[in-house]
Design a protein around this ligand. Sequence first.
Ligand code: ADP
Length: 489
Amino acid sequence: MAEKILVIDEGTTSTRAMLFAAGGKCLASRSAELTQHYPGPGLVEHDASEIWRRSLQCAHAMVLEAGGADQIAAIGITNQRETIVFWDKATGEPLAPAIVWQDRRSAPLCRKLREAGEEPGVQARTGLLLDPYFSGTKIAWAMEHWPQLKGAGDRLAIGTIESWLVWKLTGGLHITDATNASRTLLMGLGSGGWSDGLLDMFHAPREALPEIVDCAGKFGTTKLFGGEIPICGMAGDQQSATIGQACLERGETKATYGTGAFVLTNAGTIPPSSKHRLLSTVLWQLNGRRTYALEGSVFVAGSLVQWLRDSIRLIETAGETEALARSVPDNGGVYLVPALSGLGAPWWEPDARASLSGLTFSATRAHIVRAALEAMAHQSHDLKTAFAADGADWARLRVDGGMVTNDWIAQDLADILALPVDRPDFAETTALGAAMLAGVGCGMFAGLEEAAKMRGAGLTFEPKLDADARAARLAGWDRAVASIVTPRV
Ligand code: ADP
């Protein structure tokens, strides 16, 4: 009987396919790099055909590994969010490059709309802010600058990456899941449907958009692997990781520390509204009912370690930071505020620049590296404060991502947040979340609670730092941040 789950995890720099057993064991995986196109300053594009080709190759390898399509109960898809694809419904071929979430080309439009006073209304309807990050202003830009899109008339299809992959897998099904739709600026957060006012604002033709569906269900089947396999799960990557971390109850929180850091707290079934510039987003939609999340992101996390390694050459490998941090008893008064590309939530200071402060002759390489790692806990603490002020404080934190393979960082998070920090043994929580959704969608599990048994064991880091030392660290950080951000009135 088919009881394996195939996950396609389509990321920004690579795409992967993974094969899971129903119990949660990862049986195999295959990944392929994706070409990044940088046609100009601030512009980032992908070739949607390449994304499809590479995802298909990886998926094929997993079907072979499984012993054929009849061994696979369901496919789950998780993807880089906000990236937007334009294609021709008649040919199934892209009409233009995919505009990637990192792309800043719509910054002038965002500024114009903000100056016109549109942000509060957009935030109230979508839970998002007017930032080029989200798909809506990318669509508006593309409709204005790429004549072939309007020229395609009713053959134009627009969708985020999971929508594009489902179209290709099924040969023409045009759907998107509510988590991905909630990142477009086009969906009403409360209604779960495309909003006419927002479609007008961003010049998005309704007929070009996919139907918004649940995150789990029998959406369609693919016949591309030598048999029929149903597609049963879909969610954007951060939502999928939150599900993979089994944050199923209100208040449960996960933080992923990769290149940047993303924190999502399950906010329950009423759309949260943030007063501290956090994002409100759909965490999942099942049986037409939505569960929401509050989201905060830190722009610079692991990229700080990469910068220390590649630009400053203070270290040779990311891994050596752990021993260096341990080699000194404390930071020696050194603080590093890593605003290398501005400060994200809750500061939102795009023009802030990084600082290294508190240096004396006794400061060593180890102190600077330690200050860099400590910045993760400090930035997380700032986020925790914003979440708490929005009524969504954390009781413990579930962590994943490349940085928290570093035990010192995991312990420092526990110490500074004064919370238990849980790290699962199986780190691929994004793929796991998509597998859980697919398992629910194909009926293998009755619901997410049952699917959560796929998560497996982990390690908990308990807070150990004494209160005075913690207060001193936080005060030092606050002073360091205050010296680079504009004081708030
Ligand atoms: P992404 O998914 O964003 O590519 P990953 O979750 O793979 O990122 O994490 C990679 C990041 O983690 C890199 O930026 C790297 O510098 C950092 N990193 C990896 N190992 C360590 C470590 N032991 N200590 C500190 N940082 C690390």
